[in-house]
Design a protein around this ligand. Sequence first.
Ligand code: FA5
Length: 342
Amino acid sequence: MSTTAEQLKKAFAEKMAQAKSLSEFNELRVEFLGKKGVLTEALKGLKNLPEEERKETGKQLNLLRAEMENAISEKITACEEAARAEALSKIVPVDLTMPAAEKLGSLHPVTIIQREIEDIFRSMGFIIEDGNEVETEYNNFEAVNIPKHHPARDMQDTYYLDNGQLLKTHTSAAQNRILRKYGAPCKVLFPGRCFRNEALDASHENTFLQMEGMMVGEDVSISNLVYFMKLLLTEVFKREVKVRLRPGFFPFVEPGFELDISCLICGGEGCPTCKNSGWVELLPCGMIHPNVLTMGGVDPEKYTGFAFGLGLTRLVMMRYGIKDIRTLNSGNLKALSQFGTK
Ligand code: FA5
């Protein structure tokens, strides 16, 4: 072997024996094989050697370059594997099939009751539907027999969008779409968030939930309506609750009723929740107006139907004895998490 090749081989072997870390091996690669590395320089100097010596030394230096490259690459790969193994050894293994160790969250009280009522109605053959939160003025008002300039619109002031649509004021806004979708006969329950520009107090929020039910068929009567509403209240309260039915006006039902429940916060004595009346308005209802059926594509000569618009948020207040409706939208976990998970 030529003296140059021999010296380089020896120097490289010594430095390799001392190097330990990834960065040291990378430095060695630069020192010997880099653009200005010692071996590269030796290769460049070949041109100054006599012909017969140049050939042999060139061959030896090229072989040496391959050996160095392999030796450094092997060491670098070993360093990288060791680093990866060390990092992996620090990861705490996670068993995704284990039950959560942390405390689970809880369902919002409105969700708990909403699911309970949906289960009751589903078991009686009702379809559960979803309504939109942003609605057309037509669906929210005209399609439920509240034409423009009708005084009933004043009761449901809401938030209008620039495109003329609005945040729905009641779940009845979905009646037309549902009648058109299912036709007659049909039994549908459709809960939803409603919005009103209201003066807020213990029983009025600007954002609250209603749950609407509709049954349309050939012989549907007020008896069916009363039966379903009684059943709903008995199932939710699991005890006898005092109710009163009084005439109520809604342009989309004829006749229309208001079903009030004796205030369960004060036992009917009078409190801020019931505005000292002893009663809470909970379940307005009635027989669907023929105009609404017609607009929904259902023949009012052949079919009749009932509809109710349960104030779901208020029902939850009565069920759990929550005095102020604002608690339910407060995001106060201390108050809201005590109703249990489900
Ligand atoms: C309506 O919204 C009718 N669409 C209900 C209806 C449906 C009648 C089908 C007949 C047939 P009303 O505006 O009364 O009706 O509201 C219904 C219920 O929603 C009320 O009884 C009350 O429990 C609840 N509610 C109304 N406004 C608010 C509010 N600002 N905050 C909380 N709950 C409210």
